[in-house]
Design a binder for this molecule. Structure first.
Ligand SMILES: Cc1cc2nc3c(=O)[nH]c(=O)nc-3n(C[C@H](O)[C@H](O)[C@H](O)COP(=O)(O)O)c2cc1C
Length: 439
């Protein structure tokens, strides 16, 4: 059976997503205000017209403060800043559509599982079962500073996260089928013997109470993960229904998907293919190659070099303002997002890349492969990533919005459909149904 691609649109609830400086582009948000519902409704309708599985909202909880020890360049160059709260737009996105899902990044670091589950179950109801949760645990010190807390070690964060999930599952599974009777004659709304009180006394959390939200259409949100350290990969292989990963070359994609499959099989006894592997890509499409190349160069020209460095400092937890920019990235170890650091380590197949070059590669689209060309060129690459890289689908990083998604939907989607590599209608109602189907 020909594998068909899943597509998601990768954005943030802010002025700029993952292409640094893009807010300066003459085509960015013309007559749209990112802080208003109309913009999100429009983006959602475009993605639904393109039969995307979901709009995927990245997030962080505070401006990065690693570069030079402060957040000045982050604020100055709009490096993922300002960023508004992500779950607030979920009902706007799903309210404007019938089938499009929404992935929401929510950190477990400062929120108790009880309120996290309540929020996600409520969103699942409001969307009729179209919500995914991108589970993160706050890798950035700025988030801990903003919340007035001491940052914990990665191992501890993952230990806590395990218990976090254990408690979430208890809450989500605590209402039995048939618990709601809603019998007006007797006045009985729900059968208390079927709504179990959760009593959790763990190392990190305590909880004694019933889940406050009636069972939602999906029961629990689709669980999404992007952890990429050893612990992160195990966590994803154990819990995730879909993984978001960034790899710049097919060889790295292949290694990643082999590694995931081996963890699924040998460590967690899960079926191969039970976790969808979604790779990040950025596309610049036009009717001709030369037009696409010109567009790409115009996009690149928007990147502010200091903002690019500050973004790397934020994601990787090192202050690159203190480094010689000619130093090779391969000689450096970082405490921050491991998986994304690898995207620049292997940007040139592992050949040395200086910090200066790495910052520009990274600022373009977080180290994702950048596919520049006609719809047919781009479809060729996506097919290759599916066939040889193990991709089940793609997270499309924004350049200028909403234009980049409109162009992709108008040009690349029909090309993928012509090749029988993409759906022509939504196969299911819920996000989970759409995600698990081939096409
Ligand atoms: C492609 C990708 C996207 C990510 N997006 C976010 C995000 O939006 N917000 C966030 O807090 N962390 C994000 N992360 C960070 C991770 O989910 C994870 O928490 C972090 O990498 C630390 O785990 P690790 O050490 O196992 O990689 C992302 C990571 C990757 C690889």
């Amino acid at each position: 059976m020909t594998k068909k691609a899943h597509l998601l649109g990768f954005i943030q609830h802010g002025v700029n997503s993952h292409a640094t400086g893009m807010w300066r582009h003459p085509k960015d948000k013309v007559n749209w205000n990112y802080a208003r519902p109309e913009y999100w409704q429009h983006m959602a309708r475009v993605m639904e017209r393109g039969l995307f599985d979901a709009m995927f909202i990245a997030d962080e909880l505070a401006p990065y403060n690693t570069h030079g020890g402060n957040s000045d360049p982050i604020v100055k160059y709009a490096v993922q800043c300002p960023t508004h709260e992500p779950s607030t737009i979920a009902p706007i996105i799903t309210g404007a559509t019938k089938n499009l899902g929404v992935g929401v990044t929510l950190s477990t670091a400062f929120e108790h599982p009880y309120s996290m589950c309540r929020r996600l179950s409520s969103l699942d109801h409001l969307s009729e079962g179209r919500v995914a949760w991108n589970i993160v645990s706050s890798y950035s010190k700025s988030e801990w500073d903003a919340y007035g807390a001491e940052m914990t070690e990665r191992a501890d964060r993952y230990g806590r996260l395990e218990e976090y999930m254990e408690l979430c599952y208890k809450l989500w599974n605590s209402w039995e089928d048939g618990a709601i009777v809603a019998d007006k004659a007797s006045g009985i709304y729900a059968d208390p013997s079927k709504v179990h009180e959760v009593n959790h006394q763990g190392e990190y959390f305590r909880c004694k109470g019933r889940h406050f939200v009636a069972p939602s259409p999906q029961g629990q949100p689709v669980l999404w993960q992007a952890g990429s350290s050893e612990r992160g990969r195990d966590f994803a292989a154990k819990h995730a229904e879909a993984i978001f990963a960034v790899h710049p070359t097919i060889a790295r994609m292949r290694q990643y998907s082999d590694d995931l499959n081996s963890r699924l099989k040998t460590k967690f006894n899960r079926k191969l293919g039970s976790v969808k592997l979604i790779y990040g890509v950025q596309t610049v499409v036009a009717e001709t190659r030369s037009e696409a190349q010109a567009k790409y160069e115009r996009i690149q020209s928007c990147i502010p070099p200091e903002g690019a460095l500050a973004w790397m400092s934020g994601h990787f937890g090192l202050d690159f303002s203190k480094y010689n920019l000619e130093e090779k990235i391969q000689n450096i170890e970082v405490p921050g997002i491991q998986g994304l650091f690898e995207s620049i380590l292997y940007a040139r197949d592992g050949a040395p890349v200086s910090i200066r070059e790495a910052a520009l590669i990274y600022a373009q689209g977080m180290g994702m492969p950048v596919l520049v060309g006609t719809a047919s060129d781009i479809a060729d690459k996506l097919e290759l990533f599916m066939e040889e890289g193990g991709a089940d689908g793609f997270m499309l990083a924004a350049t200028y919005t909403p234009g980049c998604f409109e162009e992709f939907v108008d040009l690349v989607v029909p090309e993928l459909q012509r090749r029988n590599r993409y759906r022509t209608a939504y196969p299911g109602k819920t996000l989970r149904e759409n995600l698990v189907s081939n096409g």
